[in-house]
Design a protein around this ligand. Structure first.
Ligand SMILES: [Zn+2]
Length: 404
């Protein structure tokens, strides 16, 4: 890095107010924004918008669905030189369920900030927002735009990032701030929720021979999945991501014990690798149907995509090559911050990065803080990682959005 760039970096880092990131993360955690809140992400979005505006960053709320706005903030580039960058993070969390900690009363203990969404991902979002605030305060002029998109609905159908893909803003590159323990994760698997509907024929339980039991038929389907399909998936590997998985997550069927069940539904979570196609994923299930039918001619089933899992855009895998300039620049920024070579790995879950990479043609990687307990009973983010992330986000912005 040139001397000039180092000065710029120092100037920006000095502009981060002490304690600001942790305070912002706490305030975001204290505003519930999960699917059980009648106003959903609205209060969190309005709060973040006011925080950014109050700190001199140009910000707006843009409606995605009734009462559910994304926050779009921007530090405008002066000349358009270099590459524009989006920092993307979600405003929603999963519900508290039955947490072992107070979900919405954030607490710090031993360097860990506890609360629902601390890790997934209000910590990362606070780190991103503070990066824009500090760059604005430092009066360092970027050449290309630095955008923050704080989006709704990532935990459900990703409607917030779909809206960004369709209506912009469009940037050259993007980073999603999901928790990665300061590792760079340029790839992950796709995610498809499937429903297998098994149909039988109703009859009295005392005359069960007159019926076809959909629950028993579903059991035959499960047998073949476990004896044939899972071992086949177990042999598949990916150059970019973790291997594929299939999880039987839900089973529902029948009315009452004295009736032969005429309908049974299985809910399946299928994580698919870049080397697979969605058609292949469907075909494997149809093949299981055919195998079951050979031994049980009365087996009747339909495969459906679960409408709750996405709005309009398939949750494809994310792949950005590890020698991509975004990964390399981020690697230099991580090294600058931690003094160590950045670790490049793969994200285990699915993220909005895939929608940006695939549908907006904006290469997007995942990079965020460390901690534990996303969606679990005890969730925390490492406080020291929050400022490390802000520093990395700011540094990579200067590498990409500022060329001279
Ligand atoms: Zn998340």
């Amino acid at each position: 890095m040139s001397g000039d760039k180092k000065d710029v970096g120092d100037k920006i880092r000095r502009a981060v107010r002490k304690g600001a990131i942790e305070t912002l993360a706490r305030r975001l955690i204290a505003i519930p924004s999960h699917s059980g809140v009648p106003t959903r992400e609205k209060e969190a979005a309005e709060f973040l918008h006011e925080y950014l505006s109050g700190n001199g960053v140009s910000s707006k709320l843009r409606k995605v669905e009734k009462g559910r706005p994304n926050v779009i903030a921007i530090v405008k580039g002066t000349t358009g030189g270099g590459k524009s960058l989006m920092l993307n993070g979600h405003l929603d969390t999963v519900p508290a369920y039955k947490m072992d900690i107070p979900p919405f009363t954030p607490k710090v203990k031993a360097g860990r900030l506890y609360g629902r969404g601390a890790l997934d991902m209000k910590g990362g979002l606070a780190a991103m927002a503070c990066a824009l605030v500090a760059i604005e305060r430092s009066r360092v002029e970027l050449q290309s735009d630095l955008v923050l998109a704080a989006v709704v609905g990532e935990e459900e159908r990703s409607e917030g990032t779909e809206d960004i893909v369709m209506k912009g803003p469009r940037t050259d590159f993007a980073i999603v701030g999901e928790p990665t323990n300061l590792e760079i994760q340029p790839s992950h698997r796709g995610l498809e929720w499937l429903e297998v509907h098994v149909y039988g024929k109703a009859a009295h339980g005392g005359q069960s021979d007159n019926g076809v039991n959909a629950i028993s038929m579903a059991a035959k389907f499960i047998d073949v999945v476990e004896s044939e399909l899972l071992p086949k998936l177990g042999k598949k590997t990916s150059k970019h991501t973790l291997p594929p998985t299939l999880n039987l997550g839900v089973i529902k069927g029948g009315q009452q014990p004295s009736s032969v069940a005429d309908h049974c539904v299985l809910g399946i979570d299928r994580r698919w690798i870049p080397e697979e196609s969605l058609d292949q994923v469907f075909q494997e299930i149809y093949d299981v149907f055919d195998t079951v039918k050979k031994d049980h001619p009365k087996f009747k089933a339909k495969l459906k995509r679960d409408p709750r899992s996405m709005k309009t855009m398939t949750h494809v895998p994310n792949v950005v090559p590890s020698d991509h300039v975004l990964v390399k620049s981020l690697g230099s920024s991580v090294r600058q911050e931690t003094g160590r070579r950045a670790k490049i790995s793969t994200f285990w879950g699915w993220t909005d990065a895939a929608l940006l990479t695939h549908f907006a043609k904006t290469p997007t990687v995942v990079f965020g803080p460390g901690g534990a307990g996303a969606h679990a009973k005890t969730e925390y983010v490492k406080v020291s990682d929050l400022s490390a992330c802000t520093n990395v986000y700011m540094d990579v912005a200067t590498r990409l959005c500022l060329v001279d």
